[in-house]
Design a protein around this ligand. Sequence first.
Ligand SMILES: [Zn+2]
Length: 331
Amino acid sequence: MNPIDKRLKEIDERLHAKLKQIDEKLLSSAPDRSRSSSPPQGKMLHELRVPKPEEVQGLKKKPFMEEQDLLQAAAYVFHAPHVTSNESYHECASLVLFRPLMDESLVNAMATYEERLIGEKLVLQPVILYYGGDATSARLMALAYAVARRKPGQEKELLTKMATLIAKEMIENEGCLPLERTISILEKAGIEGQLGDEYMLRDGQSFGFGAVVGTIAHELGHHALGHVSGPRENMEISRNQEREADLFASSVVSSSPFGEYLVPGYMLSWLPKVWLDHLGDRDMIDTHPISIERILNFIRSNLGQAERYGFGEKDIEDYLPKEWIKRTRHS
Ligand SMILES: [Zn+2]
């Protein structure tokens, strides 16, 4: 075995051992926690303040996401020029609390309000809830994408396979993607052995991070644009509001250091949800209705980058289920 292959194998083994460790740690903790969708209680609010980008350390090379990554992603969103240069957005961002819920494996993120008692007064605290399952989904999709980028011609197959695997997990787990399924999904997608390449791992990390930045920006958009008006409940969010939040997110991400990841990041977040909608329970994605028009609107707003990454108007339908396109065009 040549030295490079040997080194890659070592990294691969270390990575695998690390994943197994997480696996065991997760399995030994209460298994039903991963199914609960209510946020954990008792976290001090000040601990969840969004730090400035320079306050958080650089990204570590790893195949999974940690709370620190989500806080860092939120920091880039909340301090992006599109937000800070607008008085009303800036004020909104200073009020919104970002809550990463890493232990919750629901694949979702939402802009909502929580009731808080300050002294005698009940106030509504605007929050963004970001569930760990969404971060896991983003990272798995991004790892598949990192591999796909080195296999020209196989992008569609690899991304569709990963999106389908994630969607099936969500169907089996009531909308959740448990972190302990990571190894098995990477194996089923046939890419688990290829992630020892540090460069590829970093690539997967950047695209996954870009996906998370886009999702947080979209949720901040719902707050900044006044779409969220009541205490926590399942909100009926109109298609128009989805489009507005997407446009807001495009401007935010484009003005952040992650502008280059805008389109691929969005596609990586969306594809598993589209396949979920096609394969299973539509209720699971009701908080963020997705349609072919919504995807096309997004692509047309960011056409240059979309085409550069092979997600142009002509290419995009190859990544989506045919029947889904027909159905969402007519609904
Ligand atoms: Zn939305």
